[in-house]
Design a protein around this ligand. Structure first.
Ligand code: SIN
Length: 288
């Protein structure tokens, strides 16, 4: 058997090439607008194995992207970001050439400030800069595996409190720096939720760290000041280069990630040019 065949086993309908030594994979040989059930099952398997998968050369209308998302679960309607007209399950992430704020620019996992954070996210590059605007990912399985037994034991019953205030409250950066008019985000009333710091993935059974720095308030039973040193240590651990990867976008590329075992970071390193992405989000369940 050829090395490539071994590497792709058990994938028969898609070609899967690992992206780093730890996680992530690029999938080719597939048109996401034209999928049979076996191919969908292989993409699902690849997502569970690699935590984030990338496709290139795709052509997603909003309807087509929503239809693709529905093959993997129920679609989420974002609590604060207005959907595209006529497409309630799809929204656009827009940074205009003059905008300073960049949506998702900070380590996070999607919708961590809700009771049932997102299972997965499917992001499509509509109009991306020639250079800049990459997205980074961090494997939280790998971050957990690299913890010492002492840290694993100490974190076993710890919960973190997440809040929508950091990103959607009236004092959030996006409202101070200036939110893209195209995104029509309005300040929201503050809500908090507690989630375990270590979560077990409901499908793979693997344990991972579950952190969302841009949404973090404090650990349960502690003040923000008491929480900060440990939280900062965990975030540095969870984003060390060895557990990350970085995706360079092109128009027509798609990234699909599992929010239950990864964090991501939209890099705000471009200005004077715009960036438009189209997002569909899969409903998740309560982390345990
Ligand atoms: C997000 O957090 O969904 C945005 C990621 C990106 O635009 O790169």
């Amino acid at each position: 058997m050829q090395a490539a065949e071994l590497r792709n086993d058990p994938f028969r309908r898609i070609t899967v090439v690992p992206f780093t030594g730890v996680f992530g994979a690029e999938i080719s040989g597939v048109d996401l607008n034209n999928l049979d059930d076996e191919t969908v099952a292989e993409i699902r398997e690849a997502l569970l194995r690699y935590s984030v998968v990338f496709f290139k050369g795709q052509d997603f209308t909003p309807e087509a992207q929503a239809a693709f998302g529905r093959r993997f679960g129920v679609l989420n309607r974002h609590p604060y970001v207005k959907p595209m007209d006529g497409h309630p399950d799809v929204f656009r992430i827009v940074k205009e050439p003059t905008d300073k704020h960049h949506f998702g620019s900070g380590w996070h996992t999607d919708l961590a400030y809700t009771e049932t954070p997102a299972l997965g996210t499917i992001l499509y590059g509509v109009d991306v800069p020639e250079a800049g605007g990459d997205t980074m990912f961090a494997s939280q399985y790998a971050a957990y595996d690299r913890l010492t037994d002492g840290m694993k034991a100490m974190l076993a019953d710890l919960k973190a409190i997440y809040t929508n205030a950091n990103t959607y409250g009236k004092d959030a950066d996006r409202f101070k720096v200036g939110v893209s008019k195209a995104m029509k985000v309005q300040p929201a009333a503050v809500k908090e939720v507690a989630h375990p710091v270590i979560r077990t993935h409901p499908e793979t059974g693997r344990k991972g760290l579950y952190l969302s720095p841009i949404h973090f308030s404090r650990f349960e039973g502690m003040t923000p000041e008491e929480s900060k040193p440990l939280f900062d240590t965990l975030v540095a651990h969870a984003t060390q280069p060895e557990v990350t990867c970085r995706f360079r976008w092109q128009n027509g590329a798609v990234a699909m990630w599992d929010n239950r075992c990864t964090m991501h970071y939209a890099i705000n390193d471009f200005s004077g040019v715009g960036r438009t992405m189209q997002r569909v989000t899969l409903e998740g369940d309560r982390p345990v």
